[in-house]
Design a protein around this ligand. Structure first.
Ligand code: GRF
Length: 208
């Protein structure tokens, strides 16, 4: 069987793209964790479907190429994004607060090298407002999951999870904030494991 992407480490730093729609704190965590001289990888391209997304400012402030890619409809966005990703010779695509669902075709092109971070312990609480879902379900523990993206929403193989306790009196905002702090550790760690060829062995590694 052919190697899957990153079964073996690359012999050069991986070129990482981040797709984001919002403020970009996970992008900032990835930028901090992969400095320009990191032999494993570096963020070389940031794309956002939102013209004034904080993530674009975070990228530009860090000297990283960043573009707004308009989303009049999914296929127009994906064609334009694909051109940018190919031009920049991207190895790995990280969704970080990217609020659009990508087509099965797009996902297939990046199979094994397209990641997402979701603020719940998947498979629980897929989709929107997972922190609110966790509070409503009354769980004692929640957290975040870095997973490979497949054609479903938040259904791909988990690579790494970090958990947090749900505290008495937690609100959606307080729980989200504590989970976010774990996200900032989980995403860089999962990316590093994957790029080092240890992504599948680390599958479902859980830390808290
Ligand atoms: C994070 O909670 C992430 O898990 C979710 O969207 C949020 C993005 O936050 N998918 P940021 O833009 O990275 O700060």
């Amino acid at each position: 069987m052919a190697d899957r992407p990153f079964d073996r480490p690359l012999d050069r730093p991986a070129r990482i793209a981040v797709l984001a729609s919002g403020r970009g704190t996970n992008l900032a965590a990835l930028l901090r964790a992969f400095p320009a001289d990191d032999p494993v990888g570096r963020v070389t391209l940031v794309l956002s479907n939102v013209a004034d997304a904080g993530a674009l400012t975070v990228a530009r402030d860090a000297g990283v190429e960043a573009h707004h890619v308009a989303f009049p409809d999914r296929s127009t966005f994906e064609a334009a994004a694909l051109r940018q990703l190919e031009q920049a010779q991207i190895d790995l695509v990280c969704l970080a607060g990217f609020m659009r669902v990508l087509s099965a075709d797009f996902v297939r092109r990046f199979e094994g090298r397209l990641l997402n971070i979701h603020p719940s312990l998947l498979p629980r609480f897929r989709g929107l407002h997972p922190q609110r879902q966790a509070l409503e379900a009354g769980v004692a523990t929640s957290g975040c999951t870095v997973h490979l993206v497949d054609a479903g929403v938040d259904t791909g193989t988990p690579l790494l999870q970090r958990s947090v306790d749900v505290l008495p009196g937690d609100t959606e905002a307080s729980l989200s904030e504590r989970i976010l702090a774990e996200e900032h550790l989980a995403y860089p760690a999962a990316v590093r494991l994957l790029l080092q060829g240890r992504g599948t062995r680390a599958a479902l590694e859980r830390t808290s």
